[in-house]
Design a binder for this molecule. Structure first.
Ligand SMILES: NC(=O)c1ccc[n+]([C@@H]2O[C@H](COP(=O)([O-])OP(=O)(O)OC[C@H]3O[C@@H](n4cnc5c(N)ncnc54)[C@H](O)[C@@H]3O)[C@@H](O)[C@H]2O)c1
Ligand SMILES: [Zn+2]
Ligand SMILES: [Zn+2]
Length: 381
């Protein structure tokens, strides 16, 4: 089958809208018509090269070239066809993508840590996580499929492990947002940072992820939700969605947080800037008080292995630093849960969609993300 899709052929290039070939689903696979794809910053890391595995890493993953890549890991769509053995979905079902698969059987899935499912290891390769062979090609060349879901295509062949059934009456643009940005941001605050009533929380970087850390921290009962972003529009949005204070930089926030907390500083610091650089940890550490927690959600360049963190203070102030993927949530339980909170009017989703673009305008949408004019942009198929 043919589908139009956003394909990247190399670092520093633009996304190309091209016709790709999608093979029918095999055992455990599902053909999905994507209806919306979120333009998350994570796909941008392929354009900049930040998330492109270096040759030695590619060799460990079985060799070959990383490009071409079909982008998109945030999305929602409708099941077109199911392969043999698929029992949880049927044609016509509405689904959310899940950029982390969940098999339900591995050590992590079976202990309530679906975000760490072992099948995640195969989601940045040309092969399906089901059997390792490819279903997507362009000009006869196999394509790496972002997160095994490839939501920048009108149609993709996806493992049942990477799809979550959602209620048919929910708007699919809202579902798309929840599939990555909302879950990751909200979970960074509510699950990984474990924000408690009365906490002072700082969120650094207010994009599609950070704005949901703001929403989550407020819902969890934080006394102060302090949003940091250099872009004024982002700070305004943060105030609309639950922030109590906003600052343009960590340097500006540090003395102000010291003042408002009487020197105690923040209980939780959540790092969601567009790119996580090691030097940003100095500011995170300065904002974090005794016994506090720093959650690192943003993606760093893949080879970044140094960070500015005062190890004396880390120990003597009893702090902790935590990474998170998918906000440390369980996609099968938490994507429907977040959508039910949207249905009840508690979680704001419509307010997060700044613009929708046709696939042909994918590069315009990503330029808008770089320019900071969107909380989230969506591709509408
Ligand atoms: N851990 C995960 O599972 C996971 C999942 C999805 C996305 N991510 C990552 O989260 C990060 C954020 O993604 P997004 O889609 O929200 O990005 P985005 O580009 O929409 O938003 C990033 C925001 O950070 C701001 N910013 C940049 N540098 C800053 C700084 N030094 N201080 C304060 N603000 C700063 C920008 O102005 C922008 O508003 C990305 O690195 C993305 O890859 C991680
Ligand atoms: Zn994402
Ligand atoms: Zn698993």
């Amino acid at each position: 089958m043919k589908a139009r899709a956003g394909i990247l052929h190399g670092v520093g290039q633009e996304w190309q809208v091209e016709e790709i070939d999608v093979d029918p689903p095999k055992v455990g696979e599902v053909l999905v018509h994507w209806k919306y794809a979120g333009m998350c910053h994570s796909d941008e890391h392929f354009v900049t090269g930040d998330m492109v595995p270096p040759p030695e890493m590619m060799a460990m993953m079985g060799g070959g070239s990383f490009f071409p890549v079909l982008g998109g890991h945030e999305g929602a769509g409708i099941v077109a066809e199911v392969g043999p053995g698929v029992t949880s979905l049927k044609p016509g079902d509405h689904v959310s993508a899940s950029f982390v698969p969940s098999c339900g059987r591995c050590r992590y899935c079976s202990t309530g840590k679906q975000n760490l499912c072992d099948n995640g290891a195969g989601t940045l390769t040309k092969g399906m996580i089901t059997d390792g062979t490819s279903r997507h090609s362009v000009g006869g060349e196999a394509i790496t499929v972002m997160a095994g879901v490839g939501t920048f295509s009108e149609m993709a062949c996806v493992s049942e492990m990477s799809l979550i059934k959602v209620d048919d009456d929910l708007p699919l643009n809202a579902v798309a947002l929840v599939s990555c940005g909302v879950a990751t941001g909200w979970g960074s605050a509510c699950s990984r940072a474990n924000v408690e009533p009365g906490d002072t929380v700082v969120v650094v970087g207010i994009g599609g992820i950070g704005i949901n850390a703001v929403q989550g921290a407020r819902m969890a009962g934080a006394k102060r939700v302090i949003a940091v972003d250099p872009v004024e529009f982002k700070r305004e949005k943060a105030m609309e969605l639950g922030a109590t204070h906003v600052f343009a930089s960590m340097d500006e926030a540090i003395p102000q947080v010291m003042d408002m907390t009487w020197g105690q500083m923040a209980d939780k610091v959540i790092m969601t800037p567009g790119v996580m650089y090691g030097e940003l940890m100095a500011g995170a550490n300065a904002l974090c008080g005794k016994g506090g927690t720093i959650v690192v959600t943003a993606v760093a360049p893949i080879t970044q292995d140094t960070a500015s963190i005062n190890l004396f203070q880390l120990a003597m102030y009893n702090k902790e630093i935590k990474g998170t993927i998918f906000g440390s949530l369980n996609p099968r339980a938490d994507i429907p849960k977040l959508l039910s909170m949207y249905r009840e009017g508690q979680l704001k989703l419509d307010e997060l969609i700044t613009r929708e673009y046709p696939l042909d305008d994918i590069n315009v949408g990503y330029q808008h993300m770089r320019d900071g004019v969107n909380i989230r942009g969506l591709i509408k198929f």
